[in-house]
Design a protein around this ligand. Structure first.
Ligand code: ARG
Length: 436
């Protein structure tokens, strides 16, 4: 972070993001995303975003450009294509989300994709970013489904061309157009994105949409999805509509293919900087994830791993007698050994004595994943946190009740009996410190 261009990057980010993230957090992500070992990101931009939110899209992309990050953009144009076909009185239909493409539809698609592509490139250039239009030569295809017509099934991706554009310091803006010899073919933009991501192997795949994430049955944004723990459960939910299920299935196939450090974010253009440069983000972050194991604390190496996680998370030392009554303790730990929860059972209601995620792993959704698993075992639990602890926002979002006192905030779930609650609060407030 010492050369002058890094200083410029840092200053720009701090100026723009100062209000939404801490300097430490932001620096962490700049370093991650600028790594020479892995490309930064492939960003899929839905057609309706271009139609309805072009201005925010362009500012967010220009912002990334200003801080020296070059994403690869792939865009759709579905709604514009449907409209153009309607205007020309050309009928169209879909099979499993893919547009049946006659030669007439194909020709209109080509012209709409090219126009949309130019609009993005021109808008980026007007704001001073170098962008390069790519409407051919990337997706080598075959036409292998007679029912779909002129739709390409991708055989190979010319990533060399994309790398050349990135190396010449331009942002490649790619249209979902394939080719087979000299024939031009239509490709579904989500499918093209999946293949592109597999070819480029970036740190992040980002889907920019109007809605900006995946929502639960109460209409609340789901901030993190850990596929190893939640995929099967989510796919069975009635409230998740079929389009989202399809998307999740595609995302899973992507993340199964990519290294475990990779992630997918779904967000809206205006929230892209916050999603990228803060731990809590703004959108839905999907990771391959890790499983969570539950231990009784009798094994020495589990004690050691637990101590390591807690000491790194809290920046202190775990008291020597913490494991004095190991039979009362129940430990949850991710298989990557970077997040852990300890539940103490020496009171009438289970007490969450420790909840730690090591600093380098913040923002990966490990905390939410391990919390989810612990809750399946403990529907009733209470805990405390220092009044000034930044994690309290997260605790507020997961607790069912909270009492704020000067030194401690006490949180709980599943406890409705008032006198039991009073005892819990008293127990929590008087509990001696376990990290010093
Ligand atoms: N900034 C990090 C990233 O882009 C973390 C994002 C967290 N986002 C979320 N929706 N939970 O990988």
């Amino acid at each position: 972070m010492n050369n002058p261009s890094n200083k410029f990057i840092k200053d720009t980010i701090l100026k723009l993001l100062g209000a939404i993230g801490s300097e430490k957090e932001i620096n962490k992500y700049i370093e991650k995303f600028s790594s020479p070992e892995q490309r930064f990101a492939v960003i899929k931009v839905g057609g309706s975003v271009i139609e309805n939110d072009l201005e925010n899209l362009i500012s967010s992309l220009v912002f990334l450009n200003q801080v020296g990050l070059k994403p690869v953009i792939l865009h759709g144009a579905g709604p514009m294509l449907s409209k153009a076909l309607e205007d020309k009185n050309i009928d169209f239909s879909f099979i499993d989300g893919q547009r049946v493409t006659s030669i007439e539809v194909r020709d209109v698609a080509y012209s709409v994709f090219s126009k949309t592509n130019k609009k993005i490139v021109d808008s980026l250039e007007a704001q001073g970013a170098n962008a390069k239009s790519v409407t051919s030569d990337v997706f080598e295809c075959v036409m292998d489904n007679a029912d779909l017509g002129y739709v390409g099934s991708i055989q190979s991706v010319n990533h060399q061309l994309i790398n050349e554009i990135l190396e010449s310091d331009s942002i490649p803006v790619i249209a979902p157009i394939g080719f087979q010899d000299k024939e031009i073919l239509n490709i579904n933009a989500d499918i093209a994105t999946v293949e592109l991501v597999k070819a480029i192997n970036p740190y992040k795949a980002i889907f920019l949409s109007d809605t900006g994430g995946i929502f639960n049955q109460r209409g609340q944004l789901i901030p993190n999805i850990n596929l190893a723990l939640e995929y099967d459960e989510l796919m069975q939910q009635e409230w998740l509509h079929s389009g989202m299920k399809l998307k999740l299935e595609q995302i899973k196939s992507l993340l199964d293919f990519l290294p475990k450090t990779a992630s997918v974010s779904i967000t809206e253009p205006i929230n892209l900087p916050k999603e990228l440069f803060t731990d809590s983000g703004s959108g839905t972050l999907i990771k391959h994830g890790y499983s969570v194991l539950q231990y009784q604390l009798t094994e020495k190496d589990v004690q050691k791993q637990f101590t390591n996680i807690i000491e790194k998370s809290f920046g202190g030392k775990l008291v020597d007698d913490f494991f004095e009554n190991p039979n009362d303790l129940d430990i949850f730990m991710t298989t990557c050994k970077r997040a852990s929860i300890a539940i103490s059972n020496d009171f009438k209601i289970p007490y969450m004595d420790k909840f730690g995620v090591i600093p380098e792993a913040k923002g990966e959704g490990l905390g939410a994943g391990i919390w989810h698993e612990m809750r399946k075992v403990y529907p009733q639990v209470f805990w405390r946190s220092r009044a000034n602890n930044p994690i309290n926002n997260f605790y507020m979002s997961i607790c069912e009740g909270c009492q704020k006192q000067d030194e401690w905030h006490i949180f709980w779930i599943g406890i409705s009996d008032y006198s039991a609650l009073k005892d819990c609060i008293e127990y929590a407030v008087n509990k001696p410190k376990s990290v010093i």
